[in-house]
Structures are given as structure tokens and as C-alpha cells.
Design a protein around this ligand. Structure first.
Ligand SMILES: [Zn+2]
Length: 359
């Protein structure tokens, strides 16, 4: 795994940006062993791609949250890589559901068409998409499961953006490590180790509160090592193309760990720092502002809201918080201190304020 293969020669150029739907992947599917395994609540197809004939079975699903497409893009990069690197095909068997929530993908929402968060539906299985995933899980009986997501840009680690976050979810309330969870933790540890030279201090570990309604927790409880991978923010990369590259490397690192059958090392997992909510997209420091007609001096946090606009995701700045935000950081911190106070009503649009700052 060292050095990593040249990423650009494998990246799937047909996919880019944040808006990825069935329509975007359908032209790619004929290149792979694809099966339609079910329909969404709005009767859109849910596809599965199979690769490899080995004895170790890996189930991977992406876009269970419809607007979380980075891991999907990286899955197609992985498939392109595998089509020219067949060494693993006799060792592993991949079963991939690239877009589990095609309705949410189309609407660019986290939830499905009925407003249900599929990652809180593991017990009820109230939605068609949840039932498709569960039946694939039961039918395939994987040795490893990969639950693939995007996280918001507010997550950081070591004061830097958390570009890749990892979690071996708990299998019960004790949050202890049994054999199953230890195997999943070893994958996280391997990814962290392999990506360190490239992504130093930008990888985090999620908190492991047990929630049996979450699919990862449910699968871990069922005895299948399950790893959550969250694609996050990388500097200036709102389209998550750089992050996508790191996720691709993460997949390779995990697969290599699986086929090399190394002893499981929990220490490496605990060494991954916990991520925290510490970022605004833009942080204005020491500005004068008015809240309910009262003049105040403090910091203003602005976040981008993602909106779908004619098949593209646009980023609209909105006020998120005001006051003493010293503990917070900004992906961008434009210069504006008390020497050059900015006066604006807090109700005014964030975009107007950014225009004032010529930002
Ligand atoms: Zn998610």
C-alpha cells in the first residue's frame, strides 16, 4: 500500500460535485455486474454491484442519506481501480449498494421520500430502502460491513477539519469491545495508519453511544464487524473531490487490512483522536452587531446551507450563531477586527454582510 497508486488514473470522471443520483450512475452500471435489488418508496430502482469471487465477503452501502454522495463517488473510483487490479478478486467478494436512498438522492435530502432517516430505521424496517438493505445483509451474510456517509463541515479534529471520520459502532450499551467490534476497529486503525502521511491530523473518531436503531450498531450487534466511514470537509473543497480521493484510499487500506489478516490492534483505534463540533464555515471575529436593537460586540458564525438549484448544489451563507465564539474556528476567517468595525443588523442576510466584507 505504499506508495498509493496514482489516484487520477482511477478517478471516475463521469461523477463530480455533490449532487449524485441514479441518473448520474446509470450510464456507468453496464460496465459492472449490476442487479436491481429493489425499489425505493417512490419506486426508483436500488442497484447492487457485485465484484470478486473470493471467500471474504464485504457489504458496502452508500447514500443511505440521500445528500451524502462523496463515498458514492469514491466507490466508483474503487470499482475502476479494481477492474485493472484483479489480484483481490480471488480473495474478496464485494457487494455494493451505491445509492441506497435514490429518492433522497434526487431531492438532495438526508431523509427518504417519506421524511424518514433510514439510519434510525434498523429495528422498525418501516421503509422499503431499509428492507432492501436488511435483506441484502441477511442474504449475503457478509464478513465485514461498511456504512458510508458524509459529515457536515462543522466537525474538526486537532483544530483542523475532520476530513475522514471513523467509527466501529458499539454492539451494546456497555460500549465494550468484543471480537466483532475489535475487527471493525482494526480496519479504522489501518485506515488511520495508512492515511497519516497524507492526511495528518485530519482524521477523527466518532463517539460510540449505542443506538440500536442505527444500522451500524444493529449489524455490529448481529456479529458482523461494521465500520462507519464519514467523508468530511477538506480545506476549500466544498465539492468534496479531494475528500473523495482520501475516501478511495481509505477503502484500499481497509481491503488490504482484510486480505492480509493481520492481528487486530485496538491500541491504534483508541489513538485516533475524537472529532468534535468546532467549525463554522465562516467566522467573523470581533464585529459590532445588533441583536434585538441592542448593540453588541462579538463573533459571528456563518454556515453554508446546501440548496439544490437546477441539478446543482449551491451554498447559501446563513447566520448560525453570535456572541463569544472564542472556542470555535472558521474554515474561513476574514479579517475584520475592532479597528474596522462592521455594523449590521443580525437579521440582515449573511450574504449581504459577506458582500460588505468584499468576501
Ligand atoms: Zn449520513
Amino acid at each position: 500500500m505504499n506508495p498509493f497508486p496514482s489516484y487520477n488514473s482511477f478517478a471516475e470522471s463521469a461523477l463530480s460535485g455533490r449532487y449524485i443520483t441514479n441518473r448520474h450512475i446509470e450510464s456507468l452500471l453496464p460496465s459492472y455486474n449490476t442487479t436491481e435489488v429493489g425499489k425505493s418508496e417512490q419506486q426508483h430502482p436500488i442497484y447492487r454491484i457485485d465484484w470478486g469471487t473470493g471467500h471474504i465477503k464485504l457489504l458496502m452501502w452508500s447514500q443511505m442519506h440521500g445528500n451524502e454522495s462523496t463515498t458514492t463517488k469514491a466507490l466508483f473510483d474503487l470499482l475502476r481501480y479494481l477492474s485493472t487490479h484483479s489480484a483481490w478478486s480471488s480473495k474478496i467478494q464485494l457487494r455494493i449498494l451505491p445509492i441506497l436512498n435514490p429518492d433522497g438522492a434526487q431531492l438532495y435530502t438526508r431523509v427518504n421520500a417519506n421524511g424518514i432517516d433510514l439510519n434510525r430505521d434498523a429495528i422498525d424496517l418501516s421503509q422499503a430502502e431499509s428492507r432492501v438493505l436488511r435483506s441484502e445483509f441477511d442474504d449475503f451474510s457478509p464478513d465485514y460491513a461498511f456504512n458510508l456517509h458524509d459529515q457536515r463541515s462543522l466537525f474538526g479534529v486537532n483544530g483542523r477539519p475532520a476530513t475522514v471520520s471513523l467509527l466501529a459502532p458499539s454492539y451494546d450499551k456497555s460500549c465494550r469491545f468484543n471480537k466483532t467490534r475489535t475487527k471493525a476497529a482494526a480496519l479504522a486503525s489501518a485506515i488511520h495508519h495508512h492515511l497519516q502521511p497524507f492526511l495528518r491530523n485530519q482524521m477523527g473518531r466518532f463517539d460510540d453511544d449505542f443506538n440500536p436503531n442505527c444500522v451500524g450498531d444493529a449489524f455490529q450487534s448481529a456479529g458482523v464487524p461494521t465500520l462507519l466511514i464519514e467523508a468530511g470537509h477538506y480545506q476549500e473543497d466544498y465539492n468534496r473531490e479531494k475528500t473523495r480521493e482520501y475516501i478511495f484510499y481509505a477503502y484500499l487500506a481497509a481491503i488490504e487490512e482484510i486480505v492480509s489478516a493481520k492481528p487486530n490492534d485496538l491500541k491504534g483505534y483508541h489513538a485516533i483522536p475524537e472529532n468534535e463540533k468546532i467549525f463554522f464555515d465562516i467566522l467573523l471575529k470581533n464585529v459590532k452587531y445588533y441583536e434585538n436593537s441592542v448593540e453588541k460586540v462579538g463573533d459571528i458564525g456563518i454556515n453554508y446551507q446546501e440548496k439544490l438549484s437546477t441539478d446543482k448544489v449551491v451554498f447559501k451563507p446563513v447566520f448560525a450563531a453570535a456572541g463569544d465564539l472564542k472556542k470555535w474556528r472558521g474554515h474561513k476567517v476574514p479579517f475584520c477586527d475592532n479597528l474596522m468595525p462592521i455594523n449590521f443588523q443580525i437579521e440582515e442576510s449573511a450574504q449581504k454582510v459577506l458582500n460588505m466584507l468584499k468576501f
